[in-house]
Design a protein around this ligand. Structure first.
Ligand code: ADP
Length: 395
C-alpha cells in the first residue's frame, strides 16, 4: 500500500488535480488531470506522468456539472484509482491568505470559516478555491487538508513595498499589496541554487509569464517586491487582464461611460491585456503567428511593459545578478525571452541566441554580467511538499 497526496487547484471554470506518491524524500507525480468547461461543456481527463491518457469523460451539454458535481465525480474517481493506496492528505491552491495566513495551514471547519471571511477581499477566485475544501470536509472528513496560499511567499517583502499611498486606515483594513503567484516563485527559489548559486544568494528577478503574468524580485531567494498587488490585476499586461491602469481611467469609465463595478471588472479581467489590444487572441502563440498589426502591437506592449518593470524590480534590489523565465510563455517562447533580454541589455543581460532557442537552461553568454535562465515552474509539487510537511508535523 502506497501513501499518496492529491493536489487540487480549483478555478472559476476548471478543477485541476495531481496525484503524487510519497517516496523517501521526494514526491513522484503519478497522475494529473482536470475537469474543464464547468457549467458549459464539461470534460474530465486524467493522464499518467508521461502524458498518456488514463481516463476521460464528457457530459451531456444539457446538464454539465458545476463545481460540486465535478468534485463528486473526482472524489469517485480518486476512490476507485486509489483503492489500493492510502490518501494521506489533500493540498489546495488558495489564492489569498489575507493578512493572517503567511504559511500553509491545515484546514478544518473553523479555519475554513475564517478563510471564507476573506472572500470580500478576493471575490473572483477565493470562493472557487474553497468549494473543494468544504466538499472534501463533508465527503472525506478523515483525510487532512492543507491550504497553500499564493500570497504567503511575499510575506518577506519589506512593509514599504506593500503600502499604497492611501490614508493609512485603508492599509489597516487590508488594502495593501499582497503579491501573487507565490507558489510558483517559491518553487523557483527552491531550485535556483542548483542553476546559479550566486543568484540564489544574491539578486534575481523571476518573470512568471503564463495566462497570468507577474514578476518578483528575490534577494537570497526571499521575495522583496512583486508586480502584483492587492489583486492579481495589478502590474504587467496579461492574457486578458489589463495590468496597472491609471485609477483615473476607472473614474472616467464610471462617470463618462456609465460603467458599474461589474462592467469594469469584466473589462479589466476578461477583455483587456493581449486579447484587448490585439482584438485577436489572449494566446501568445496565436499572436506571434499572426500578421495582424494589432497582434504585433499587443506583443510589443507586453515586452515593453516587462522591460520597464525589470528596471523597477532591479531598483528594489539595488542591482541584478540573474533573470529567470518561467510558466507557459517564459518556458516556451524563445522569441519573447530574447526580446525581453534585449530590453534588459542596459542591466547587463547579454543573451546567447542559440542557447535561448535551445531552451536553456542558461540563455546568456558566459561573459554576461547578469545570467538569464529558463526554469520550468511546478506549483503542484510545491503544494504537495507543503502538504506532506504539515501532515508529517501534525502526526
Ligand atoms: P496558466 O497561467 O493558465 O497556467 P500557462 O503557464 O500554461 O498558463 O501559459 C499559457 C500561455 O503560454 C499562453 O499565452 C500560451 O500561448 C503560452 N505558450 C505556451 N506555449 C508557447 C509557445 N511555444 N510559444 C509561445 N507561447 C506559448
Amino acid at each position: 500500500m502506497r501513501d499518496t497526496i492529491v493536489v487540487l487547484n480549483a478555478g472559476s471554470s476548471s478543477i485541476k488535480f495531481s496525484i503524487f506518491g510519497l517516496a523517501d524524500q521526494e514526491l513522484d507525480l503519478l497522475l494529473r488531470g482536470q475537469i474543464e468547461g464547468l457549467y458549459t461543456e464539461a470534460r474530465f481527463v486524467a493522464k499518467d506522468a508521461n502524458g498518456a491518457l488514463v481516463s476521460e469523460r464528457t457530459w451531456d451539454a444539457e446538464s454539465p456539472p458545476g463545481h460540486e458535481g465535478a468534485l463528486d465525480h473526482l472524489i469517485g474517481y480518486l476512490r476507485y484509482k486509489l483503492a489500493d493506496d492510502r490518501l494521506v492528505g489533500v493540498g489546495h491552491r488558495v489564492v489569498h491568505g489575507g493578512l493572517d495566513f503567511t504559511e500553509p495551514v491545515v484546514v478544518g471547519p473553523e479555519i475554513l470559516g475564517y478563510l471564507e471571511g476573506f472572500v470580500p477581499l478576493f471575490p473572483l477566485h477565493l470562493p472557487h478555491n474553497l468549494t473543494p475544501v468544504r466538499r472534501l470536509l463533508d465527503r472525506l472528513p478523515e483525510v487532512p487538508q492543507v491550504a497553500c496560499f499564493d500570497t504567503s511567499f511575499h510575506r518577506t517583502s519589506p512593509p514599504i513595498s506593500r503600502l499604497y499611498a492611501l490614508p493609512l486606515e485603508y492599509a489597516e483594513a487590508g488594502v495593501i499589496r499582497y503579491g501573487f503567484h507565490g507558489l510558483s516563485y517559491e518553487y523557483i527559489a527552491s531550485v535556483l541554487g542548483r542553476f546559479d548559486r550566486r543568484a540564489a544568494e544574491g539578486r534575481a528577478v523571476v518573470c512568471h509569464l503564463g495566462n497570468g503574468v507577474s514578476a518578483c524580485a528575490l534577494q537570497g531567494c526571499r521575495s522583496m517586491a512583486s508586480t502584483m498587488g492587492f489583486t492579481g490585476v495589478e502590474g504587467l499586461p496579461m492574457g486578458t487582464r489589463s495590468g496597472t491602469l491609471d485609477p483615473g481611467v476607472l473614474l472616467y469609465l464610471m462617470d463618462q461611460r456609465g460603467m458599474d463595478a461589474r462592467a469594469i471588472e469584466r473589462l479589466i479581467y476578461k477583455e483587456s491585456g493581449l486579447l484587448g489590444v490585439s482584438g485577436v487572441s489572449s494566446d501568445m502563440r496565436t499572436l506571434l503567428a499572426s500578421e495582424e498589426p494589432r497582434a504585433q502591437l499587443a506583443v510589443e506592449l507586453f515586452v515593453y511593459r516587462i522591460g520597464r518593470e525589470l528596471g523597477s524590480l532591479a531598483a528594489a534590489l539595488g542591482g541584478l545578478d540573474a533573470l529567470v523565465f518561467t510558466a507557459g510563455i517564459g518556458e516556451h517562447s524563445a522569441e519573447i525571452r530574447e526580446r525581453i533580454c534585449r530590453s534588459a541589455a542596459w542591466l547587463g543581460v547579454e543573451v546567447d541566441p542559440a542557447a535561448n532557442v535551445a531552451g536553456g537552461p542558461r540563455i546568456t553568454s558566459l561573459t554576461s554580467r547578469v545570467s538569464a535562465w529558463v526554469i520550468p515552474t511546478n506549483e503542484e509539487l510545491m503544494i504537495a511538499r507543503h502538504t506532506r510537511r504539515l501532515i508529517e508535523q501534525t502526526n
